[in-house]
Design a protein around this ligand. Structure first.
Ligand SMILES: Cc1ncc(COP(=O)(O)O)c(C=O)c1O
Length: 463
């Protein structure tokens, strides 16, 4: 294990805060500290650094450990299994600046959904040709902004968008987004976006009449896709539109296979490898020409597994007593009921991150999160299963709103205020949509890398 001092020695320029300037293509910007601790060690070292009884208010907030090494491993995995497809990371998924910097250093492109996302990526020194403005329904001033900054590639799926683009950015390179079968995805997108194959002819004809330049097809099978065949079906549809476009005199050369990719390595759910094993050959079969550039817009794939949230129990109520106003049992009775596990629930825990913060993913992204015990009674338990009775519990977020809960079906050993929980795989659609409702700050991110190459990659990008 290398501690910060050793890391500072490896790349003194990168980590010495005063000289820590981002030059070259990346905008001037201080890099935060990056340790080489394991995620477990990084969680532990932050919690141990807190003196809960005396620390400044808010320094005991929930926090996130981001493992940049995991992002790097995901990139290598992508290159191994889908070498023909250039990833354009979907910025909306997680806008963490170090995640973006690392992906820039690794040479990915970026899928942006708005003016601010485009601005963020341009400010980090990315060439406009490495950005696709992948929102089929765009605000007019945002189209003008894209034109002013030469971000040419953009998607559309309706005729009105073509008229807007004709007005504000007639030289744009357009990509027609087609409808897919999203029935095998957790987050469905097809009700909102995508031209049906009945309509693509009309849209291509309209584009032709307006003298616009349509260069290819894009699709999205839905986020959290759990059937690899959805990609094959979408590839077939894309082939149809490529052929149709040729009849209208277009020479398509871009295929964008969107997002939806699983990040999982677990055999009981769909893996990235399973998707790649059908998607790669389908692309080679239906789009064999080398002149066709294939890109994708993975979000969850890159961000999910690298981020771990740690939060502590700020308050607790033993609910059985509270629910029964008539009968107020003695503490002994309560303890016995709780130990017998027959209270419904036994405990209500209040933690310092919730639905309005990182856990908005429960609402917006249909995620199911699993609380694990990080520290109980001063003992670190990362990755351990406690041999103690488990009780039903509610886990509430910190705001005064009763929609703000993480689970009402928890089963955990008895915990006390001051104990810590952690939640893994919390990088996708979490911090990017977190609010400050009720005055709770967004979580601080602590960076580590479990792969030493990341330091060299970031260092090289700065020089
Ligand atoms: C246009 C577009 N591209 C890419 C993505 C990223 O999808 P995922 O995170 O499933 O890879 C999304 C997600 O909503 C999207 O809307």
């Amino acid at each position: 294990m290398k501690r910060q001092a050793e890391i500072d020695q490896i790349h003194p320029k990168l980590f010495a805060t005063k000289r820590n300037k981002v030059v070259d293509s990346v905008k001037k910007n201080d890099l935060p500290r990056i340790s080489m601790l394991s995620v477990e060690e990084a969680l532990k070292s932050h919690v141990l650094s807190l003196d809960i009884d005396n620390c400044e208010a808010e320094s005991d907030n929930a926090f996130i450990v981001a493992d940049l090494g995991e992002i790097y491993r995901q990139h290598l995995r992508w290159q191994t299994h889908l070498p023909r497809i250039k990833p354009f990371y979907a910025v909306k998924c997680n806008t963490d600046p170090m995640l973006l910097k690392l992906l820039i250093s690794l040479g990915t492109g970026f899928d942006c959904a708005s003016k601010t996302e485009i601005q963020t990526i341009l400010d980090m020194g990315v060439d406009p040709s490495n950005i696709i403005y992948s929102n089929p329904c765009k605000q007019e001033s945002f189209i003008r902004f894209a034109a002013e900054h030469d971000v040419k590639m953009m998607t559309f799926d309706n005729a009105d968008e073509l008229y807007k683009i004709k007005r504000f950015f007639p030289n744009a390179q357009l990509v027609i987004r087609i409808l897919t079968d999203d029935s095998k995805a957790i987050v469905k997108l097809s009700a909102k976006f995508g031209a049906s194959l009945n309509n693509t002819g009309f849209l291509l004809q309209t584009a032709r009449e307006l003298g616009l330049n349509v260069i290819g097809v894009s699709f999205h099978v839905g986020s959290g896709c759990y059937d690899e065949n959805a990609y094959v079906d979408a590839i077939n549809r894309a082939r149809f539109v490529f052929d149709q476009a040729a009849e209208f005199g277009f020479n398509f050369h871009l295929l964008n296979v969107g997002g939806g990719f699983s990040y999982s390595r677990k055999s009981d759910v769909i893996t990235f490898e399973k998707i790649a094993s059908v998607l790669g050959p389908a692309i080679d079969k239906y789009f064999s020409s080398d002149n066709i550039c294939v890109i994708a817009e993975p979000g969850r794939y890159y961000a999910a597994s690298a981020f771990t949230v740690a939060t502590h129990i700020i308050a607790r109520r033993i609910i059985h007593r509270d629910l029964d106003n008539e009968h107020v049992p003695s503490m002994d009775v309560i303890q016995n009921e709780v130990l017998a596990g027959d209270a419904h629930p036994a405990f209500m825990y209040y933690i310092n991150d919730g639905l309005y913060g990182t856990f908005n993913c429960i609402l917006f992204d249909h995620q199911i999160v699993t609380p694990k015990i990080l520290m109980k009674g001063g003992k670190f338990l990362f990755g351990e299963t406690l041999d103690e009775p488990k009780y039903n519990c509610f886990i509430w977020g910190p705001t005064c709103d009763s929609i703000d809960y993480i689970t009402k079906n928890g089963r955990l050993p008895e915990l006390l205020p001051g104990d810590w929980l952690y939640f893994e795989e919390m990088g996708a659609y979490t911090i990017s949509a977190a609010t400050k409702f009720n005055g709770f700050k967004r979580n601080k991110v602590i960076y580590t890398t479990t792969d030493p190459h990341v330091l060299a990659i970031l260092y090289d990008a700065l020089h």
